[in-house]
Design a protein around this ligand. Structure first.
Ligand code: FE2
Length: 287
């Protein structure tokens, strides 16, 4: 075996990691080592910078728990999450485009009936989101599950409110026989990503806007179709063109139309003004 020097260390490290028992792990780790070494060479990484990076990574792990995912946030703000979404969700033109999952999704949201108010008891302007779930040929996808979650009118998610121990502003709706769905909630607000951790510390050293435009998250699942993780954004919202996690797409921006008190899209009546957004989700069939 050759002794290590600056010229051969990359090849040696790649050879070692190339022995991973799974061919895919070997491929991933060899490429990771190669790019990591190239990065260090390109910027001539100093020992102080290396130590700062190790401490930053440690802090990112330490602040994470089952509700807070600082590593996902880190991946989001450098554009890695959105790049991975683009690489893996090359749907056809007709299908609804995917965007980032984000760090705030919580598994196991409670099931909700058509028109259920997932914001019951929470301050905010009522918002209805209605439409259909179809395949790319326009056929309804009855039974498709729409897992919906969002921030409240202060821009906070359930996971950011430690005193909350029941599902808040999240629910799983289901498309009806004709593919129709109806979500009742409150208007979300644009919000800052969490700035009280290592990601925030890094962002503060730049001119990056740390805000996201107002949006509601959706995850649609139905056997036989590609899982769709996406958002709907409010047309005209602030930060649409500077989304800190690179998640905004034209096709996902919809008007939140103002309505006066009166008949509401769930078939009932509302005694105060409300907003109504319509969006037809189109799922890509699995090949
Ligand atoms: Fe969000």
């Amino acid at each position: 075996m050759a002794f290590v020097n600056e010229d051969n260390i990359t090849d040696l490290a790649m050879q070692r990691w190339g022995t991973a028992h799974s061919p895919r792990t070997a491929e991933l780790m060899s490429a990771f080592v190669r790019h990591l070494h190239a990065f260090a060479r390109e910027v001539h990484l100093t020992e102080e910078e290396w130590a700062a990076a190790m401490n930053w990574l440690a802090a990112t792990g330490q602040i994470s728990d089952e509700k807070r995912q600082e590593f996902i946030l880190a991946s989001d703000v450098v554009g890695l999450s959105m790049l991975v979404v683009q690489l893996n969700n090359r749907f056809s033109e007709q299908a609804t485009p995917a965007t980032v999952l984000g760090p705030f999704h919580i598994d196991g949201s409670p099931p909700a009936e058509f028109g259920h108010d997932m914001a019951a008891g929470i301050e905010g302007t009522p918002l209805f989101i209605t439409g259909t779930v179809t395949d790319t040929e326009g056929k309804p996808v009855p039974g498709a599950v729409l897992d919906v979650w969002q921030a409240d009118a202060d821009g906070n998610y359930e996971s950011q409110l430690p005193e909350i121990d029941e599902a808040r502003l999240r629910a799983k709706y289901q498309a009806r026989e004709d593919g129709s769905y109806c979500v009742r909630t409150i208007a979300p607000r644009g919000y800052s990503i969490p700035m009280d951790g290592p990601v925030g510390d890094l962002i503060r050293t730049t001119d990056i806007s740390h805000f996201r435009p107002a949006h509601v998250h959706f995850m649609l699942e139905e056997p036989g179709y590609q899982k769709l993780i996406t958002h709907l954004f409010q047309e005209g919202a602030e930060y649409l063109d500077s989304d800190v996690v690179f998640g905004t797409k034209d096709a996902l921006v919809v008007p939140f139309v103002e309505h006066q008190a009166g008949p509401s899209p769930d078939g009932g009546r509302l005694d105060r003004p409300f907003l109504h957004a319509t969006f037809d989700f189109v799922l890509e069939q699995k090949s």
